[in-house]
Ligand binder design. Structure first.
Ligand code: IMP
Ligand code: MG
Length: 192
């Protein structure tokens, strides 16, 4: 099996760095939500590794659900057309809701999640993202918990994808330019 690590130009965050930071984030959440039951809402698909590692560090009463918001991407730039691909199953009325996502880029995805959940009448609503990109904030939503602030580059790994690949890497990195261009070329050939 071809190892994805060969496709990386640079590792931005190692597995150990990510896991250490999760210990800190989880400690903050345990303290902020002490005595309250958290309803965690992970945004599909990018948040799944982050959510799985986070909930294992939150031993109290907790409910977990996922919300699918897709932006027809597959490329390396954000698009504004957002579609709900999976609705919430849990009732979040009067609950303490924490929305968890992989990355805050333009903020459009989190703004959409907020608009959907606010209508359901939660007791409180906060946002937690593993990554926040520099200077791309275009909305009024703020992230209450941020794992790492990173430069505005396209990153993959630990849930983040390029054309649905690389989500399974335990670290976060930047792809080699020739990988980006050769994949794009291969996909054009397949479509053509
Ligand atoms: P936003 O709506 O522009 O904030 O984008 C958030 C979504 O875009 C994330 O949930 C990711 O799925 C995707 N995204 C944004 N930046 C990156 C990146 O650098 N790598 C992979 N996916 C990204
Ligand atoms: Mg995503």
């Amino acid at each position: 099996m071809h190892s994805f690590c060969e496709d990386l130009e640079e590792v931005l965050l190692t597995e150990a760095q990510i896991q250490r930071r999760l210990d800190e984030l989880a400690a903050q959440l345990r303290s902020d939500y002490a005595g309250r039951e958290l309803t965690m809402v992970g945004l599909l698909t990018g948040s799944v590794l982050f959510v799985a590692d986070l909930v294992r560090r939150l031993p109290g009463r907790l409910r977990l659900d996922f919300l699918g918001i897709s932006s027809y991407r597959g490329e390396t730039a954000s698009s504004n057309r957002l579609n709900v691909t999976k609705e919430l199953q849990l009732d979040v009325r009067d609950r303490d809701v924490l929305v968890v996502d992989d990355i805050w880029d333009t903020g459009a995805t989190l703004a959409r999640a907020r608009d959907l959940i606010v209508q359901m009448g939660p007791r409180s609503l906060k946002f937690c993202v593993l990554l926040e990109k520099d200077v791309r904030l275009q909305t009024d939503v703020v992230a209450d918990y941020v794992g790492f602030r990173i430069p505005a580059r396209f990153v993959i790994g630990y849930g983040l994808d390029y054309q649905e690949r690389y989500r399974n890497l335990p670290c976060i990195g930047v792809l080699k330019p020739d990988v980006l261009s050769s994949r794009a070329a291969a996909d054009t050939r397949r479509r053509g």
